[in-house]
Ligand binder design. Structure first.
Ligand code: ZN
Length: 133
């Protein structure tokens, strides 16, 4: 990748329009209250049956459990919080890296150091025969 960002501190709170500094993947999952209002009104959404009869006040209780309040209207984020295994020398009981879902590059939560440790390498190609298409 050409545009390597060697140090990037991420606080885990997604702001409107946040994107990956390397691949430009959109990390902004939208306002949490707006998401649940959308679920309530849109029968196409999987969770709609659970939220369709909720009042505005009940939705405010739901989003409060995510930490959304009128004075702190937080957003869903698409970054993936990576925890390390018990045998990893860098092990921390919680998120150690924030990983971009677009390119797989991650940045250390504590010092912002860039890492490619979670990028899955393709080691072999599956042979697809005409009958499988
Ligand atoms: Zn990315």
């Amino acid at each position: 990748m050409e545009n390597k960002v060697l140090n990037y501190k991420i606080d885990g709170l997604t702001k409107e329009g946040d994107c990956c500094p390397e691949c430009n993947e959109n990390w902004d999952g939208g306002d949490i209250l707006e998401h649940f209002k959308n679920v309530r009104s849109n029968p196409e959404m999987d969770a709609h049956p659970f939220y369709k009869d909720k009042s505005d006040e009940e939705l405010l209780e739901v989003v409060a459990s995510y930490g959304w309040f009128e004075h702190t209207p937080i957003r869903f984020g698409k970054l993936i919080g990576m925890e390390l295994g018990y045998n990893d020398p860098e092990r921390y009981d919680g998120v150690s890296y924030w990983c971009c879902p677009g390119c797989g590059v991650s940045w250390n939560r504590f010092n912002g150091e860039r890492s490619e440790r979670f990028i899955k390498r393709i080691t072999h190609e599956k042979n697809i025969t005409q009958s499988e298409i």
